[in-house]
Design a protein around this ligand. Structure first.
Ligand code: PGA
Length: 260
C-alpha cells in the first residue's frame, strides 16, 4: 500500500486575530472548491485559541486534519497554562509538532522533554511530528549528523517499536527556516543525505522495517518552486510549511504537486 504524503501547515503565531483566521479559512475553502486528494493529507496546525474556528470548518473533509503546534507531556492534572493530549484528542486533534527549533530556542525545550511528549502523545493515539535539525554553526563544523542522530535517539528513548512506527520525522535545518532570514536552503543532496541519516538512526534504534515504515518529511523555506528539488526528488514524503502555508493559493499548488 502506498504511504500517504503529508503537507503540514505550521501557522505559528502569525494569524493573530479571529478575522485573520477566518479570512484564511474563507480563502482556503473558496480556492479548494471540490478538490479532494487521493494520497495527500493536509494537516493544519493553527493556534489553539482558534482551534474551534478551524474545527467547525474542516470536519467534513477527510483529507484535511488538525494538528497542534505543541502539547504538554502529562495526560492531565495541575499544570497551569498547559494543554494536554487528552484535550487535543477530545477536540479531534490528530497530529502534534514536537521539538520545533523555535520552541527549543525560545522556550529552552530539551530532548528529554520532547521524549516525554512523544511518549504521552503516542499513548493517547496522537501522531508526533518530530522536528530534527542542526544550526548553521553546527553544520559549518561538520556536526550535522551528530546533532540529528542525538536529537532523534534521545527523543525515542523507551519508545516501543510498534509505537515508533507511527511517528512522522521532519528534517528541518534551523538555518533554512524562513523566519531566521538566512536566505539559505539545503541542496537536493543535503536533504537526501539527511533523510538517509534519519533512516539509519531509526534502524539503529529499532530495525530496517521501522525505518522503512515511518514518514520522513522536510521543512524550511519550502515553496512551490523548490518543492521538487528540496523535497520530492530528495525522497521526502511530505513538507512542513511556515510562511508558504499562509498563502492559500501557493499551499494548494503544493498539495496538487504532491498528488502528481
Ligand atoms: P518556513 O517555516 O516554511 O517559513 O521556513 C517552517 C517551520 O518553521 O516550520
Amino acid at each position: 500500500m502506498q504511504k500517504k504524503k503529508l503537507v503540514v501547515v505550521n501557522f505559528k503565531m502569525n494569524l493573530a486575530t479571529l478575522t485573520e483566521n477566518e479570512y484564511w479559512l474563507d480563502n482556503f475553502f473558496r480556492a479548494k472548491k471540490d478538490f479532494v486528494t487521493k494520497q495527500t493529507e493536509l494537516v493544519l496546525c493553527p493556534s489553539l485559541i482558534f482551534w474551534d474556528v478551524f474545527l467547525k470548518r474542516i470536519n467534513k473533509d477527510d483529507w484535511v486534519s488538525l494538528g497542534a503546534q505543541n502539547c504538554f507531556w502529562e495526560d492531565k492534572g495541575a499544570f497551569t497554562g498547559e494543554v494536554g493530549p487528552q484535550m487535543l484528542k477530545s477536540r479531534e486533534g490528530k497530529y502534534v509538532i514536537v521539538g520545533h527549533s523555535e520552541r527549543r530556542k525560545y522556550l529552552k525545550e530539551t530532548d528529554e522533554e520532547n521524549n516525554l511528549k512523544i511518549a504521552t502523545l503516542l499513548k493517547n493515539g496522537l501522531v508526533p511530528i518530530f522536528c530534527l535539525g542542526e544550526s548553521w554553526e553546527e553544520r559549518k563544523v561538520g556536526l550535522t549528523w551528530k546533532v540529528i542522530s542525538s536529537q532523534l535517539k534521545k527523543g525515542l528513548e523507551n519508545i516501543r517499536k510498534n509505537q515508533a512506527e507511527k511517528i512522522v520525522f521532519c528534517y528541518e535545518p534551523v538555518w533554512a527556516i524562513s523566519a531566521n532570514n538566512s536566505g539559505k536552503i539545503p541542496s537536493n543532496n543535503e536533504v537526501m543525505e539527511a533523510r538517509l541519516m534519519i533512516k539509519k538512526s531509526i534502524k539503529e534504534c529499532y530495525d530496517e522495517k521501522v525505518a522503512e515504515k515511518v514518514l520522513v518529511i522536510y521543512g524550511g523555506s519550502v515553496d512551490e518552486k523548490n518543492l521538487q528539488d528540496v523535497c520530492l526528488s530528495a525522497g521526502m514524503e511530505g513538507v512542513l510549511l511556515g510562511k508558504t502555508g499562509l498563502l492559500v493559493y501557493e499551499l494548494l499548488k503544493i498539495v496538487k504537486k504532491m498528488e502528481e
